[in-house]
Ligand binder design. Structure first.
Ligand code: UDP
Ligand code: MG
Length: 136
């Protein structure tokens, strides 16, 4: 039975700054994702705070929001069979040091905060996050 899902992916400022967006997009396409929607934007800090609200009690929240709003990002809706978990696998672990070989974070991540990509962690959050960037 097919289980086509959508998930939200973000190419974070550290990767956009290094012009890695086309390379990262080509990885998703090669892995069978359809890039259904895409936009390059720079968030205001207050938007980053809304996006990462689930982390508001974490010690890294302030820096995380500062960072996500520090430069342009590319937000994308990715579609594929089991898109949420598939994307998480291709991204790799949060800390690039712990990410598996071949994952995006292993290849391009600089550090736990500058880890090049975001991906929704559940179908429910994917819906919320897609709506956050692509309301219309
Ligand atoms: N993060 C951080 N320090 C930490 C944990 C997380 O700077 O100790 C940042 C990191 O950029 C991560 C984001 O906060 O991608 C969201 O954290 P989460 O645990 O949701 O990781 P993810 O789902 O991105 O793998
Ligand atoms: Mg997360």
């Amino acid at each position: 039975m097919s289980n086509i899902e959508q998930t939200l992916s973000i190419i974070k400022p550290d990767a956009v700054e290094r012009n890695l967006d086309e390379k990262i997009k080509s990885i998703f396409v090669k892995e069978g994702f359809k890039i259904v929607k895409e936009k390059k934007i720079k968030l205001e800090k207050i938007d980053a705070e809304k996006f990462y609200k689930v982390h508001e009690t974490k010690p890294f929240y302030y820096d995380l929001c500062e960072y996500l709003s520090s430069g342009p990002i590319v937000a994308m809706v990715l579609e594929k069979e089991n898109a949420v978990s598939s994307n998480r696998q291709i991204m790799g672990a949060t800390d690039p040091k712990n990410a598996n070989e071949g994952t995006i974070r292993k290849q391009y991540g600089i550090s736990i905060d500058k880890n090049s990509v975001h991906g929704s962690d559940s179908i429910e959050n994917a819906k919320k996050e897609i709506n956050f960037f692509f309301k219309d």
